[in-house]
Design a binder for this molecule. Sequence first.
Ligand code: G3P
Ligand code: MG
Length: 249
Amino acid sequence: MDTPLPTWPYPRLIAHRGGGRLAPENTMAGMRAGAEHGFRMFEYDVKLSKDDVLILLHDDDVDRTTDGKGPARNMTYAELARLDAGAWHSPAYAGARIPTLEEVARYTIEQGIASNVEIKPCPGRETETGTAVALAVRELWRDAPVAPLLSSFSEEALAAAHVAAPQLPRALLVEKIPMDWRDRLVQHDCIALNVNQKDVTPELVKAVHGAGYRLSAWTVNDPARARDLLDWGVDAIFTDELATIRPDA
Ligand code: G3P
Ligand code: MG
C-alpha cells in the first residue's frame, strides 16, 4: 500500500518569482501583478545581503536585474535598496526596488497569498542563509494560517533550515532527478520534490506519490503542458505565463 501523502495546503498554480514575465521578478510590483492575475501563491528567491538582511534576488550578482554591478554578497542592504530593479524589465517599472523578505511577508499574509520561499544563498553562505531564512519565516508567519514552503537547490541550506525550524515544510529542488531522491527527501525530512518540468512523466508522479511525497514542477510556460502535468496529478506547477496559465482557467 502507498504511504499517505503529506498535507499540502497550497494552490496548484504558483506565480514564478512573483509576477512571472509580466513585471520585474522578485519585486513588490511583481507580487501585485501576480495577485491581480488571481494567483494565490508566489515563489520568490531569498538571500542575505552583506549585512545580513534577507532580500529577494535570483542571481548571485545584481547585473541582470538592476542598474548596479557586482556580487550581492559584497553589498549592504542600504546599497542594494538604492538600486533600480525595475527598469531592466520595462520603463513602466523603473524605480522598483529590491524588497526585503519582511516586506513580502507583510504583503502576502495581508493578501492571504501562500509563499514558496526559495533559499538561494550567495556562494559560500549556504548554512547561514538556510538558518536565517528558516528563523525569519517562522517568526514572520507565526500567526499566518498557512506556513510557507521552504525549498532550495542547496542541500546545505536545506539542512540548516531543517535544524533551525524543523516544523516548517520543506521541498528539495533538483536540477536533475538524482537516483537517490527518496533518501535525500528522507534526509531533509521534506514533504515534496521540486523538479524541472521537462523531467515529469506520469510514472514519476506515481513513483513520488507512491513514496509518500508531493511533486511540483518548474517552470511550465506552455498551457497544454500545464494541463497535462495537472491531469497527471502534479501537486503544483510554477509559471511565468500569468496571463495564459491562469488559476481560474
Ligand atoms: O523554485 C522553482 C524555480 O524558481 C527554480 O529555479 O532558477 O527560477 O530559481 P530558478
Ligand atoms: Mg526560484
